[in-house]
Design a binder for this molecule. Structure first.
Ligand SMILES: NC(=O)c1ccc[n+]([C@@H]2O[C@H](COP(=O)([O-])OP(=O)(O)OC[C@H]3O[C@@H](n4cnc5c(N)ncnc54)[C@H](OP(=O)(O)O)[C@@H]3O)[C@@H](O)[C@H]2O)c1
Length: 214
């Protein structure tokens, strides 16, 4: 599969590496695809991943990973428009986090979410929220002493959610926990400021929230 990863931060790099390691062709998109930072990183990936603009990565991918800074989502989507995304599956890892007050809060939320905004901007694409509640260092081959939890996901298209669950299993997650339509992102995204607070208390950024059942 050809995968376009929009965003070259920790998440974009971790997921790009995960897809490439499993034999997929990956293009990672950035505002500055020729930067020294990305050139140095590409050397480590030994040619399995190429770089491009956000638009090139979006057009390249049969499946898209959307992993840009939460505050940059409107700008990136506004520049690209829905064209390059078509009816593709878009995995949305983003969070509308705001650290301006010194602690993690949301730029907006509870009555809307980045997942919903992305889906509204890309009406034909099949947006699935996933990976946003775990650290980039645990996204691929997660390591937890008692086993990885189910990954919280949501989205409107059942087929797209099945595709994403397959990717999650391939990446080492036991299963997806499907919370519902994309509007459920307004409840999944606010878990992340809680996750940040718990991480600060525990002194780790490798932790995850787990749903247990009787
Ligand atoms: N880090 C984590 O552990 C983690 C875990 C779960 C979810 N998330 C979420 O996943 C997303 C990516 O997180 P991240 O930690 O990898 O990196 P990030 O620092 O949040 O974002 C990095 C990416 O956003 C792009 N970007 C930043 N400002 C921009 C602007 N003004 N206009 C256009 N693009 C801009 C950068 O572009 P350039 O390539 O051009 O620099 C880069 O590709 C975020 O929404 C975050 O909340 C992060």
């Amino acid at each position: 599969m050809k995968v376009g990863v929009l965003g070259s931060g920790d998440v974009g790099q971790a997921l790009a590496r995960g897809f490439a390691a499993r034999g997929h062709e990956v293009k990672i998109g950035s505002r500055d695809p020729g930067s020294d930072r990305l050139k140095a990183w590409l050397k480590e990936t030994r040619g399995a991943i190429t770089t491009g603009t956000f638009e090139e990565a979006a057009r390249f991918g049969e499946l898209i990973v959307f992993s840009v800074h939460g505050s940059a989502v409107p700008e990136v989507l506004g520049d690209l428009g829905p064209g390059p995304f078509g009816e593709k599956v878009v995995i949305d890892t983003t969070n509308p986090l705001d650290f301006s007050t010194g602690s993690a809060t949301l730029l907006f939320g509870l009555t809307d979410s980045l997942g919903e905004r992305i889906q509204r901007t890309l009406p034909k694409a099949k947006v699935v929220k996933a990976f946003n509640t775990v650290s980039s260092v645990q996204m691929v081959d997660p390591q937890f002493p008692d086993g990885a939890p189910e990954m919280l996901i949501c989205g409107n298209d059942p087929g797209a959610k099945k595709t994403v669950e397959g990717i999650l299993r391939d990446f080492g997650w036991p299963a997806a926990l499907d919370v519902g339509g994309i509007e459920e992102a307004r409840w999944i995204e606010p878990l992340v400021p809680l996750w940040v607070r718990i991480g600060a208390k525990l002194g780790t950024w490798r932790h995850a929230l787990k749903i247990v059942r009787p």
